[in-house]
Design a protein around this ligand. Structure first.
Ligand SMILES: [Zn+2]
Length: 198
């Protein structure tokens, strides 16, 4: 969904149910039908209405009120259900930009496939679909790390739902690194993908 805040608020809010449960219930006059609706949501938005907030060119002239109104179009409960929030710089317009270093798409895809296999072998489902008992069993933390995560979630104003999602992302980071246990580094990185509340 490109330009996420431009979608009708009602359309955005209705996404909450399938994002959480993987199905959607449609109720008409006398009937209620439940359809499977498991999907991956990828959405993009600008940092402000004009799109230049934070840009080195200093071109943004949006007022704090305009920025606030623009961002308020997305509710906290909807944002809660999005696991990875990333800020990216404006794409450069240089036509001859040098190729970026780092792993190729094929290498990254292979790594993801290995991490997924690891999850299914361990627990029968991908980390995103772990239920509460599964979370306790497969995302166990040391007492120190649990306390650290609780404090961090408190400081960032994260809901319990968001905290569980952070834990699953940390589990996935550990799987990508082919690590048995979730470490403090995985937790810290998972937290970086969460915007603070407000
Ligand atoms: Zn702006």
């Amino acid at each position: 969904m490109d330009e996420l805040p431009e979608f009708d608020r009602k359309v955005l809010e209705v996404l909450r149910e399938p994002l959480e449960s993987g199905h959607i219930v449609i109720a008409r006059a006398r009937d209620k039908v439940r359809f499977p609706a498991r999907f991956q949501l990828v959405a993009a938005m600008n940092p402000c209405p004009c799109g230049y907030l934070g840009d080195p060119s200093n071109r943004c002239r949006c007022t704090p009120e305009q920025i606030q109104r623009y961002r308020a179009k997305l509710s906290g409960p909807l944002l809660d259900r999005i696991d990875l929030h990333l800020t990216v710089a404006r794409e450069t317009t240089a036509l001859n930009a040098p190729p970026q270093d780092g792993e190729s798409t094929a290498q990254a895809a292979a790594k993801v496939a290995r991490a997924r296999e690891r999850q299914v072998r361990r627990q029968g489902v991908a980390n995103a679909f772990l239920d509460l008992p599964g979370l306790r069993q497969h995302c166990a933390l040391s007492d120190n790390d649990r306390q650290w995560l609780e404090n961090a979630c408190e400081r960032l104003g994260l809901s319990l739902r968001a905290a569980h999602r952070v834990l699953k992302v940390a589990r996935t980071l550990a799987d990508l690194a082919e690590q048995q246990a979730i470490s403090r580094e995985h937790l810290a990185e998972a937290l970086q993908y969460r915007p603070a509340a407000g």
